[in-house]
Design a protein. Sequence first.
Length: 258
Amino acid sequence: MVVTSPAPADDTRRARARRAGREATSASGREEPRGVHRRGPSAGTPVALLTLAALLAGATACADRTPGMRAAAVGDRRSDGLHGISPVTPTPKPALNLTGTDGLPFDLRARTAGLVTLLYFGYTHCPDVCPATTADLAQAMGELDPAVRARIRVVFVSVDPARDTPAVLVAWLHHFDPGFGFYGLTGPFAEVRAAARALDVDVEQPRTGADGVIEQNQNAEVLAFGRDGRLALRYPPGTQITDYIHDLPVLADQGATR
């Protein structure tokens, strides 16, 4: 895996992303709750170092839930030159039928057929990782050639459907997506969780403690599906924008299944 240097403006960019997330929450007409969010590794940490550190520490989530990370730590460079983590199994894109930001049914496979799809499970009341990751994806998309960008879609699937209505999702995504093709989906939590678990992504339903604090743990990986509809790469928390900018044109140039 290729190690890149952190962008010097990462801290400022992520602070802006957090503010954008709070502004979006306010714009939706809902008060942002207090919450506990399990954070991933710090922003700007190179992907290869994240992987190696997790393995050496014996982190169960990486070693057991995401076996592709083990393979990614072998050697400093991948044979194909890509920066993401290859999954052990190229799992098909989930057959999710949820509700889009327009309130209409959204068939994930049908609407993204033949396109590179960046799938991210998150929630709009997330205080840090979700807005930062979404901002990273938006910035990376903005750096791509328009012809490449036209073959890519970002799909944000809510793991908090009780609060993330279509109206809330569209208001939140508006703060990040200037028209690059970001989709927001919401629907029954059981369906979302089943799809996530099939992809080795751990999500939990929000819960409110006795003190009124809303707690929710969720995996912060971005999953990249190739144009053939199969999982091609995984991007853990801390993935840098330059990694996406490097990999996405390669995935977009690879042919779709006929």
